[in-house]
Design a protein around this ligand. Structure first.
Ligand SMILES: *Cc1c(COP(=O)(O)O)cnc(C)c1O
Length: 410
């Protein structure tokens, strides 16, 4: 282990950490180091309070009156603007609705319709598989349209032929943790006459995102990862102002109607971002997310990024001699908020580590993945996680039959 990093120095950094007090906003088991906030964020105390209050009062006592009285119906918009604020989006362009998968479907069909005469959707081969599956299904829904997989964003320029309507890119790669240059790639896509759709699942809440300034067309992302909205909390979709008046999304449900309560037979899309809504929002999940967003009011995303980079650098340094191969770029401008390492027995190693109270996860085929959520992680946690991992490797304690059997969710 590199001797310039000690547990004492980590404790010193924790004492000086401007984000240290934010940890108290979360309910976290004391015997756990949680490095999986990139998959399911920890539970903010405010989320519990908001859900309990909704159960007791808004639903329990006020019942149907809460759609107006507790502003249930407009939560997708009010929370959308709050998340938009974290993503460099001016109000009125972001709404909370559905899942990332469903929002991506709406985004791709809508983008293809904005570029009639062009029939190709580009998607990265290493994208999160749902993005590829959804792009395939969305392309089938638009006449003569198909997807083309690109091996790497470095190929984008040559792949941007005149037939490309839209490009779907993951801001941070879920497997490797590689961060793409959003403004530069968006500019390149626009220069070729296509639209840029960004998936922010692994960057929203993890690092600064500037959607408006990057001239992004459409963006989607989860709220249950770094934003801590809770298991299955609803996703967001952003559509730039310049497209909102004429964008046509395929799932024309009543919540996206200009006047849902006119109950008219004819579909008339809402004027603004509300047209991306579909059906009745999941209010309990929505209020949990609302509580989670209160935590974001106290933090600066630049501080999150600075701490995240320091933590990922430190974790990588602690593991230089571990025998694991680093998959995540070491250069800071190319790195999200995770460290991915490879080993042929990655799955068993992760299982052994979880049994020691250090939670990371495994991704096919051989990736040990560790996410760093600076709002509730301490530097000592990073140190302890690396120490445990090195010990699991040194003692080969992962080498047990029970650790090789795959669980349903990995
Ligand atoms: C987590 C994740 C998703 C998940 O989509 P859901 O519809 O919420 O299941 C999609 N895309 C990326 C890049 C992800 O990391």
């Amino acid at each position: 282990m590199p001797h310039h990093i000690s547990r004492q120095s980590c404790q010193r950094w924790d004492a000086q950490d401007p984000l240290a007090s934010v940890r108290q906003e979360f309910e976290l088991p004391t015997d756990l180091v949680y490095l999986d906030g990139n998959s399911l964020g920890a539970m903010p105390r405010r989320a519990r309070e908001r859900v309990e209050n909704t159960l007791a009062l808004e639903w329990g006592r006020q019942l149907i009156r809460s759609w107006n009285g507790a502003c249930w119906f407009t939560k997708p918009r009010s929370l959308g603007d709050r998340i938009g604020g974290l993503l460099g989006a001016a109000p009125g362009q972001t709404v909370i609705t559905d899942s990332t998968s469903v929002n991506l479907y709406k985004a791709i069909v809508a983008a293809a319709r904005l570029r009639p005469g062009r029939h190709t959707i580009l998607v990265e081969r290493q994208a999160f598989p749902t993005d590829i599956y959804i792009a395939t299904g969305a392309a089938r829904a638009v006449p003569d349209t198909r997807i083309r997989l690109i091996d790497d964003s470095s190929e984008l320029e040559q792949e941007l032929t005149k037939d490309v309507a839209a490009v779907v890119l993951g801001h941070v790669d879920f497997r490797t943790g590689t961060l793409l240059d959003m403004p530069a790639l968006t500019g390149m896509i626009h220069a070729a006459g296509a639209l840029a759709i960004w998936d922010l699942c692994h960057s929203a809440g993890a690092l600064p995102v500037v959607l408006d300034a990057s001239t992004v067309d459409i963006a989607v992302g989860c709220t249950y990862k770094y934003l801590n909205g809770g298991p299955g909390s609803p996703a967001f979709i952003y559509v730039a102002h310049r497209h909102l008046d004429h964008i046509e999304q395929p799932l024309t449900g009543w919540n996206g109607h200009a006047t849902p309560f006119s109950f008219s037979t004819e579909y008339q899309p809402h004027q603004g971002i509300d047209r991306l809504r579909v059906g009745t929002p999941a209010v309990l999940s929505m209020v949990a997310l609302e509580g989670a967003l209160d935590v974001w009011d106290q933090v600066e995303i630049d501080e999150i990024r600075a701490k995240s980079l320091r933590m990922t650098r430190m974790f990588a340094e602690l593991l230089v001699d571990s025998g694991l191969d680093m998959l995540t770029p070491t250069q800071e401008h190319l790195r999200g908020s995770q460290i991915s390492l490879t080993h042929p027995d990655a799955y068993a190693i992760i299982r052994a580590l979880i049994d020691r109270g250090v939670i990371g996860d495994f991704r096919e085929p051989d990736v040990l993945r560790f996410g760093f959520a600076p709002s509730y992680l301490r530097y000592v946690d990073v140190y302890d996680a690396a120490t445990q991992l090195l010990d699991v490797l040194r003692t080969r304690s992962w080498n047990l039959p029970e650790y090789t059997e795959r669980l349903l969710v990995t």
